[in-house]
Design a protein around this ligand. Structure first.
Ligand SMILES: Cc1ncc(COP(=O)(O)O)c(C=O)c1O
Length: 373
């Protein structure tokens, strides 16, 4: 089958830019056409079952996006406000879902900063739990983790400790697993092993996995039934969903785990080359498919990198460089050239402190470079 060159080949903005492959488009042609709101679509049911099985969970539900997946899971865990959700202060569910927790779940948020590590630990979380019956408070009901977060992998033994803490206090544990596939491909830990610790997981198929649309949420049957109710309420019931599920199913087969892991190797090699040749360092270690250039430390205005990249026909939107399965080797060479040009231009145009915005460090502040989709 001839493969058209993807428009994503030169785009380093995100792994969400990946485009459907010929085999995904072919699969769409043979998908079943049942109405998924009536649960009558075989292709969609099969994908939901497949992902649920991979996660070691009773049931799965195909939803349009990672945002909807997170919001439905959290909402389905909750019953009667007042209550709070505890999560990392950088978590997508808190910072990038248009106040969904406030609007859809009427929840307060307890954002937690990690003290010593790149990820929040059970120890960090324990001191922020809101427990008991004090009528002034909004008690914690759900802890929401994210793995990977900014491309960093949360160690499974830390997840186990957080799960034990949640169980001890009768709290639900949710995972924003938009990129759990990356963590699993990199560590070799099966999705089902991660699944043991969570009451719900939202697993995106339209990021590194490469599907055009879709996330599957997983949990026990009662939770997924409740989530389906809220999905309908949000207008998220898709009628002939099989067309989308078929593409997502192929994406999962084709990309996970080997092609996904290969994107991590490309990212690590590229980071090493950038560091060796140009002396640029990184905001955090490169563990999966994201590279966070430390442009502050290098004294580089991100706008120069954006401009130099555009001149060479590649898309870079700031300090975060994303590698995905369609990133082309030619684009990588162009990116290295854009970085060389950027360093040269930056010598002439040194970076100055922007008005009113302090330069950030991932350890000190909310890091704007993390705050991308
Ligand atoms: C960690 C994480 N969770 C959730 C989402 C939301 O996914 P979507 O854009 O499909 O709503 C994103 C988006 O990139 C994400 O990075």
């Amino acid at each position: 089958m001839t493969q058209r060159t993807s428009i994503a080949a030169t785009d380093f903005k995100s792994d969400t830019v990946t485009t459907p492959t010929e085999s995904m488009l072919q699969a769409m042609l043979t998908a079943t056409h049942g109405d998924d709101v009536y649960k009558e679509d075989k292709t969609t049911n099969a994908l939901q079952d497949r992902v649920a099985r991979m996660a070691g969970k009773e049931a799965g539900l195909f939803v349009v996006s990672g945002t909807m997946g997170n919001q439905l899971c959290v909402r389905a865990h909750l019953h009667q406000p007042p209550y709070s959700i505890l999560c990392d202060y950088r978590a997508h569910v808190y910072t990038h879902e248009a106040a969904g927790l406030a609007m859809l779940s009427q929840a307060m948020v307890t954002p937690v900063h990690p003290k010593k590590t790149l990820y929040i630990t059970a120890e960090d979380i324990a001191s922020y739990l809101i427990l008991g019956n004090d009528i002034h408070t909004a008690p914690t009901r759900v802890i929401s983790l994210e793995n990977t977060l900014g491309g960093s992998i949360m160690p499974i033994d830390e997840i186990a400790k957080i799960s034990a803490l949640a169980k001890k206090h009768n709290l639900k544990l949710h995972l924003d697993g938009a990129r759990l596939w990356n963590a699993s491909a990199e560590t070799g830990i099966p999705i089902s092993e991660y699944g043991k610790y969570f009451d719900s997981m939202s697993l995106c198929l339209s990021k590194g996995i490469g599907a055009p649309v879709g996330t599957v949420i997983v949990g026990d049957s009662a939770l997924i039934e409740r989530a389906n109710w809220f999905r309908k309420q949000l207008g998220g019931g898709i009628r002939q969903a099989g067309l989308l599920a078929a593409a997502a199913d192929v994406a999962l087969t084709e990309i996970f785990p080997d092609k996904l892991k290969a994107t991590h190797q490309v990212a690590k090699k590229l980071a090493q080359e950038i560091s060796d040749e140009l002396g640029i360092t990184f905001q955090i270690p490169v563990e999966t498919n994201f590279i966070f250039l430390d442009l502050d430390k290098a004294g580089i205005d991100p706008q120069i990198l954006v401009e130099e990249s555009t001149k060479l026909g590649i898309t870079v939107v700031g300090a975060r460089i994303t590698i995905h399965h369609q990133t082309s080797p030619e684009a990588i060479e162009k990116l290295k050239q854009a970085l060389r040009n950027t360093v040269a231009v930056a010598k002439e145009r040194p970076r100055s402190e922007p008005d009113g915005i302090a330069f950030s460090s991932v350890y000190d502040n909310i890091a704007p470079d993390f705050m991308q989709n």
